[in-house]
Design a protein around this ligand. Structure first.
Ligand SMILES: Cc1cc2nc3c(=O)[nH]c(=O)nc-3n(C[C@H](O)[C@H](O)[C@H](O)COP(=O)(O)O)c2cc1C
Length: 258
């Protein structure tokens, strides 16, 4: 067979394709465990960051050992021992008919259609008393579902921190939700007013610091109104009556021993 024959060229090209696809598949399979581990680490890091506890020079495992994971049943508003909180996967549970709650359209502020009946929550304790409570939240932005954590102080109303660990918004536009200068406005904001109404919101522009409502409000993102609106909506959903509010109301009365 001549070196330049069509059959030979096609055979070499085919062989090259087979070799490359084997290499790519092997890399994908070989690295999937590490990718999974990195995802779990990133989630734990965001929990620590939301709580203001993250220190770059210490291992995540060591820092996370201070945090207690519990499971909440959003239907009863109480802690639950129906599943192991350390292995519970609330994303999978949102798809499982046994644990899924389909959100009625008129309540679906976060545009997520369904959520798990149970949620993993994270407690920072000191001498048997709750210092911080970190809650997972998620909802639709412009392009993606944004996953993050909000940390509340021991009054279960003051925000200690708020950070996302996964989203697909555009870097430089919606991706500015990760910008430290946007994130630093959250600590000190209040979620509920004196009547218990969920007031936390993201504005289209900037917050008027002299307004009595400023304590509930965060600045929007210029050029990324849709992402910012998504953030405000997901906070309203998760901190509202159909999210964590019934649980937080009970927790304020009975404490973490319930
Ligand atoms: C390539 C591209 C990517 C965009 N990414 C985002 C985004 O991640 N988040 C967002 O809210 N708007 C994004 N926008 C802009 C929206 O289409 C829309 O114009 C914007 O949210 C309006 O915000 P503004 O009223 O602050 O200008 C993007 C636009 C383009 C062309």
């Amino acid at each position: 067979m001549s070196r330049d024959s069509t059959t030979k060229v096609l055979s070499v090209a085919f062989l090259l394709c087979v070799i490359c696809s084997i290499l790519v598949s092997a890399a994908a399979v070989g690295l999937s465990e590490r990718q999974e581990r990195n995802k779990v680490e990133e989630k734990k890091k965001t929990i620590l960051q939301a709580a203001g506890l993250y220190e770059a020079d210490r291992t995540i495992e060591e820092q996370f050992s201070k945090i207690e994971t519990r499971l909440v049943d959003l239907q009863t508003g109480e802690f639950s021992s129906d599943f192991d909180p350390d292995t519970f996967d609330s994303r999978a549970a949102a798809r499982d008919p046994e644990t899924r709650y389909r959100i009625p359209e008129e309540q679906d502020l976060a545009a997520i259609k369904s959520r798990s009946r149970y949620k993993d929550v994270y407690l920072v304790m000191a001498d048997d008393s709750l210092q911080q409570l970190i809650l997972p939240v998620h909802g639709k932005g412009l392009w993606s579902t944004m996953y993050g954590f909000i940390s509340l102080a021991d009054d279960l109303n003051t925000v200690n921190g708020f950070a996302f660990y996964e989203h697909g918004e555009t870097p430089g536009l919606g991706g500015e939700i990760d910008n430290p200068s946007w994130k630093k406005q959250w600590p000190g904001k209040k979620v509920y007013d004196a009547t218990g109404k969920t007031r936390i919101e993201v504005l289209k522009g900037t917050v008027d610091k002299n307004s009595p409502d400023a304590i509930y409000q965060a600045d929007g993102l210029a050029g990324a109104t849709l992402t910012a609106r998504g953030v405000g909506n997901l906070l309203k959903y998760w901190m509202g009556e159909n999210g964590y509010k019934p649980f937080l109301d009970k927790l304020k009365v009975s404490g973490v021993t319930q």
